[in-house]
Each structure stands twice: as structure tokens, then as C-alpha cells.
Design a protein around this ligand. Structure first.
Ligand SMILES: C[S@@+](CC[C@H](N)C(=O)[O-])C[C@H]1O[C@@H](n2cnc3c(N)ncnc32)[C@H](O)[C@@H]1O
Length: 233
């Protein structure tokens, strides 16, 4: 029997292909199998970032994750992990592409956890949206003894308000269709005027503007709010 292949979790960065690491690029070129999350319709964002380097002789596996709210799609994770395990069992190395950084809210975390006991997994970090958005807005993320909290906008208003309470700096991710709710909470706690909105960081469609002025209907999923209680000293 062949030695099992190795699974690489490749962070491919926030969108600009130039933000791919040299290591991710080398591994991407070396592996015979490339897997990536994909929507049920349309193209995979992670794949689009590295599309120029994928060769026709590399096998591609699109893992279709439902992009709608609801409980975690356990059956889809199980099936995807089994599909990658079948490749690894044949001795083939697999690169699982992860937009941004694999371990920062990456859906691939659910694949790694299923395969960790049986296979060698190597994670290659990527530039996360957290640092990409801060850079786009020239927003000092954290300095000296400041604390940072990352809050998914999918939480309810009470949880968002509670998470904001103790932080010097907060980042609210997965803004998209939750933007009105997030603005309401920020207004209630007196932070709305301090919130910076960043969408599509590092892409040609990048947008940086005060959150208070954005049109809710136009807020894409790939956006976040950066909030700093007081200016960095
Ligand atoms: C499921 S998380 C994945 C994060 C990713 N693993 C990372 O390291 O950035 C998706 C959320 O990340 C944020 N995001 C990812 N890429 C972004 C970008 N280029 N610009 C703005 N926000 C982005 C958005 O808040 C989006 O809803």
C-alpha cells in the first residue's frame, strides 16, 4: 500500500494574488490534487485567487458548501473529508485552498478536524482579511496593551453588545446582510461614528468608508467593520 499523502491547508490570502506566500505557491505547483470550497453556483473565491497557477494536469476537487444560515452542514463536511481521504490513501498530496488564513474562520477547519487523526496535515498561513482590511484602511489594529475582539455579525444584538463592551478595538466580520443590525448595536453603545467599513480588501472593488454612511443593500459578504474606542497613542 502507498504511503498516505499529506494534506496541505494553503492560505491564499484575502484576494490579491500578489499576497500569496512563496511557500503556498510552491506547494500549489507541486501537489497533484487541489481542493477548494465553492458555492453551489458560481466560482470559488479561493480558486480564483490562484487560478493563474493551476495546471490542467492537476486534479481539482470543488467542495460545495451551502452559503446560507443554519446548522453546520455536518454531512457535507463528512463527505468532503472522505473524498480527500480517498486521494490521500492513494499516496497523493492534496492542497486544500483556504481564502485568507486557513485557521481564521476558515470552513476548512471542519475538514482538518476530521482528518487530523489519520493523516499528516501541514497548515500554511495566509494573509488574513483581518490584517488586509486594517492595512486597506491604515487602521492601527492593536498597539501596546490594547485588546482586540473579533465578533461575527451573525451573533444576536445582545451578544455583539456584550463582546464590544470590554474591547479597545473590535472587528466585526461576516457583515453582509447583518449590517443594519450591527449599525443599530454600535449606535446604541455609542461606537457607530468610530466604525470604519472595509469591503473587498485588496481587490479592484475595494471600498473603505465610514460604516455610518454605507447603503445596507449594497454591503457584500466580504466586508467587515473596524472599531477603535480611542485613537492609537
Ligand atoms: C468565513 S470568513 C473567512 C475568513 C478568512 N479565512 C480570512 O482569513 O480572512 C469570511 C469573512 O471574512 C471577511 N473577509 C474575507 N476576505 C475579505 C476581504 N477581502 N475584504 C473584506 N472582508 C473579507 C468578511 O468579513 C467575510 O464575511
Amino acid at each position: 500500500m502507498a504511503m498516505p499523502g499529506r494534506l496541505y491547508g494553503l492560505g491564499v490570502g484575502p484576494g490579491d494574488p500578489e499576497l500569496l506566500t512563496l511557500k503556498a505557491l510552491r506547494l500549489l505547483r507541486e501537489v497533484p490534487v487541489i481542493a477548494y470550497p465553492a458555492p453551489e453556483q458560481g466560482e470559488s473565491f479561493a480558486r480564483s485567487i490562484v487560478a493563474d497557477w493551476i495546471r490542467a494536469d492537476q486534479r481539482e476537487i470543488a467542495i460545495c458548501f451551502p452559503m446560507r444560515p443554519g446548522p453546520p452542514p455536518v454531512a457535507i463536511y463528512d463527505a468532503a473529508a472522505a473524498g480527500l481521504a480517498a486521494e490521500l490513501d492513494q499516496g497523493r498530496d492534496v492542497a486544500l485552498l483556504c481564502q485568507g488564513d486557513p485557521l481564521f474562520y476558515g470552513s476548512s477547519i471542519n475538514i482538518f478536524s476530521r482528518l487530523a487523526a489519520g493523516y499528516q496535515i501541514k497548515i500554511v498561513p495566509g494573509v488574513s482579511s483581518l490584517t488586509a482590511c486594517a492595512a486597506a484602511a491604515a487602521f492601527p489594529l492593536v498597539s501596546r496593551a490594547e485588546s482586540l475582539v473579533v465578533i461575527p455579525a451573525t451573533l444576536d444584538e445582545e451578544h455583539i453588545a456584550a463582546s464590544l463592551a470590554g474591547a479597545d478595538v473590535a472587528v466585526i466580520i461576516k457583515l453582509g446582510r447583518h449590517v443594519s443590525k450591527v449599525r443599530r448595536v454600535l449606535d446604541q453603545v455609542g461606537l457607530l461614528q468610530k466604525a470604519v467599513y472595509v469591503a473587498h480588501a485588496t481587490l479592484l472593488t475595494e471600498c473603505v468608508t465610514p460604516l455610518a454612511g454605507v447603503v445596507p443593500d449594497k454591503v457584500p459578504y466580504f466586508s467587515m467593520a473596524l472599531i477603535r474606542r480611542s485613537s492609537a497613542s
